[in-house]
Design a protein around this ligand. Structure first.
Ligand code: ATP
Length: 428
């Protein structure tokens, strides 16, 4: 089997170890209860009724997106036999900042899926007009649609006092099928890593959305092994050294319990064998890849960040270094204030608060931080809290190393005083 450049490759079907590939049900492991729940929510579409709303929640890489896509694919095929069109229209809210952008993304995705014009400009028209265009597309092209909102808890929006954007979009889309906005059928599947998402929803949104609750726990070592075994055919028959799969499963189970981590490691072990022109993927390749993925992967990315992103990350990580709680965390309002100070010191343009939050949310896709939504209690609004699994000091040091930000780090005392004042005010 030859790889892209005509060289011999250890892979037979590399797609199977791409984490975005939607594998069929035969390769899905240990998710019988969740499959049954998702099927029972979506099955009404086959009987000409509205599917139920769902909330799929669990840690990263536990199969939430895979299950919804795999079941939707099957139901879509059955609907097709009856001459009906059933599709999912999805967006990931991680890099979206406002309600308006989220609705536009849904329009864009639906238009692309239907191979038609987006039909509404990204800026300069109201969010309502975007909703209207979304409903028009659905009316014209689909019989049943499932809106999939991935990482819904990150869609906080701009104005905390006006209620978070995720509440508004959940209310609007949950009602669309029943208020006559859409004549066909529609439902919403919200995906989140936040286990307490539903508890923090306001009563009005919770009762309109009223989802079926579907939890996704972490995988253990044995389940990760089975997931990888079922993708063994991604590689040529003799290309895997004995013991590779148990090693990868053990590493992934210890670190995160995420199937994504296990699959990425499986693939990168193979990539390394190809790179070194070797015919077999060995434990050595896996360990090398693990070190790269685990230790250097995220920190290396820092070198490639723009000065604005570095300034945002530097401000946030510096606060986390001084965090009064045992976890290294930084609240977004303080992070933004310190970012403004850092930008002033560096004499660069100051970004808006929304852009700062967007950049920080983006950092989670590099594995540098994770973000979750926090509430300041009744009437106090919501904000994002950024937390660091790595030592934030290592991140600060890496940013300072060889960048203009070094000049700020040299004012250590001043920086510390600024952070203490900001934190004291925030916790008052
Ligand atoms: N039970 C499973 N069986 C087989 N493959 C799985 C299973 N669960 C997850 N995977 C694979 O792991 C990878 C990550 O899964 P998925 O994207 O569904 O996770 P997720 O829970 O949506 O994560 P996130 O919250 O990070 O978006 C995908 O490649 C998916 O195919």
């Amino acid at each position: 089997m030859l790889g892209d450049e005509g060289k011999a490759s250890v892979f037979a079907d590399p797609e199977l170890v791409q984490s975005e590939t939607c594998v069929d049900e035969g390769r899905i492991v240990g998710r019988d209860d969740q499959l049954e729940s998702v099927v029972s929510c979506l099955k009404p579409a086959l009987q000409g009724r509205n599917p139920a709303n769902m909330l799929l929640h669990g840690p990263a890489g536990t199969g939430k997106s895979l299950l919804i896509r795999a079941v939707a694919q099957q139901i879509g095929k059955l609907c097709q036999l009856k001459g009906e069109r059933f599709e999912i229209v999805s967006t990931n809210c991680r890099s979206i900042n406002t309600l308006d952008q989220a609705v536009y993304e849904l329009v864009r995705t639906a238009a692309e899926d239907c191979d038609t014009e987006i039909g509404v400009p990204e800026i300069g028209v109201s969010t309502r007009q975007k909703y209207r265009r979304l409903y028009e597309l659905i009316e014209n092209y689909y019989d049943t649609v499932i809106f999939v909102l991935d990482e819904i808890d990150l869609l906080v929006g701009q104005q905390a006092n006006d209620g978070p954007a995720y509440s508004k979009i959940l209310r609007e889309l949950s009602r669309a099928g029943s208020t006559g906005e859409i004549e066909g059928h529609a439902s919403v599947a919200a995906l989140t890593r936040d286990p307490s998402f539903i508890e923090n929803l306001d009563g009005r949104t919770e009762s309109t959305f009223d989802p079926r609750d579907i939890p996704f726990p972490d995988y253990d070592d044995a389940q990760l092994r089975e997931i990888l075994e079922k993708r063994r055919d991604a590689f040529r028959r003799d290309a895997l050294e004995d013991g590779i799969i148990p090693l990868i499963a053990a590493l992934a189970a210890q670190s995160s319990g995420s199937a994504r981590t296990a699959i990425n490691l499986f693939r990168s072990g193979g990539d390394l064998a190809d790179k070194w022109n070797e015919k077999t993927v060995t434990k050595n390749h896996v360990r090398e890849s693990w070190e790269t993925l685990d230790k250097e992967g995220s920190l290396k990315i820092i070198e490639e960040l723009s000065i604005q992103k570095k300034a945002s990350l530097y401000a946030t990580a510096s606060i986390a270094c001084h965090s009064p709680c045992s976890r290294a965390t930084a609240p977004s309002p303080i992070g933004f204030k310190l970012y403004q100070w850092v930008a002033g010191q560096l004499d660069v343009d100051q970004m808006t608060r929304e852009t700062y939050v967007k950049y920080m949310k983006k950092m989670s896709s590099y594995g540098l931080v994770s973000s979750s939504r926090k509430s300041r209690g009744r009437g106090g609004g919501v904000y994002m809290e950024f937390s660091f699994s790595e030592d934030p000091k290592a991140i600060v040091d890496r940013i300072v190393d060889g960048s203009r930000i070094r000049s700020i780090a040299e004012q250590e005392q001043h920086l510390q005083k600024t952070i203490s004042t900001l934190l004291d005010k925030f916790h008052e």
